[in-house]
Design a protein around this ligand. Structure first.
Ligand code: HEM
Length: 177
């Protein structure tokens, strides 16, 4: 299991690259889902969210609907909550693991494990676009933020949510002895 290493310089850089601006977060979350839905595995990704097909069949743009907006916000809010809990690693792991457990109700048991990577790559792409567009970063800061800090955070989040999901499928909860 990955450890989320922090040092003061990285913490400062993390704060410099994150935002609590609602519009920015919303647009970041939207970009992440659109990357997944319109990418090479788009049709399969969309099929996991039944409302996408419903809107497409009705000739409507799914990205303009409330379900999409809610989902886009859920993703970035989870990242935000993870950043809030970074001082308490056990609390953070419980939170992400429980979220993964709940995905047993949202995802089919036959979900190809590859989709965790497809969504993870979409999240990274969305974040990298943002990090590449931030004028206030030096070249070194940008590289550190993209290749180390945010790469680790996303890896960490997905690893714990995914573990919760697969344990949930087996009826295992490793936080309850
Ligand atoms: C293979 C990867 C994933 C897939 C296919 C997936 C899909 C879904 C689906 C279908 C729902 C239910 C939506 C609804 O009923 O409207 C959902 C809910 C949710 N997902 Fe995911 N998800 C994945 C990974 C993640 C990850 C890694 C996070 C966090 C960063 C996340 C955060 C959430 C949240 C916050 C909800 C709202 C429900 C709750 O809190 O229990 N998901 N997801």
């Amino acid at each position: 299991m990955l450890e989320w290493q922090q040092n003061p310089a990285d913490t400062a850089l993390l704060q410099k690259t994150w935002t609590d601006d609602f519009e920015v977060l919303f647009s970041l979350g939207s970009k992440m889902y659109i990357t997944a839905f319109e990418g090479a595995h788009g049709a399969a990704c969309k099929s996991l969210f039944p409302w996408v097909e419903r809107y497409e069949k009705a000739g409507r743009n799914y990205a303009e609907q409330s379900e999409f907006r809610i989902q886009a916000l859920r993703l970035v809010q989870t990242i935000e909550k993870a950043l809030d809990k970074v001082d308490n690693i056990e609390k953070l792991e419980r939170y992400l693991y429980a979220l993964g457990h709940r995905h047993v109700h949202y995802l089919p048991v036959w979900l190809d494990p590859e989709y965790w990577d497809v969504f993870k790559d979409a999240v990274r792409t969305g974040l990298n676009d943002r990090l590449n567009s931030l004028a206030k970063l030096s070249a070194e800061e940008r590289i550190r933020a993209i290749e180390v800090i945010w790469a680790d955070i996303i890896e960490y989040i997905f690893e714990h949510v995914k573990e919760g999901f697969y344990d949930g499928l087996k009826g295992v909860n490793h936080f309850k002895n």
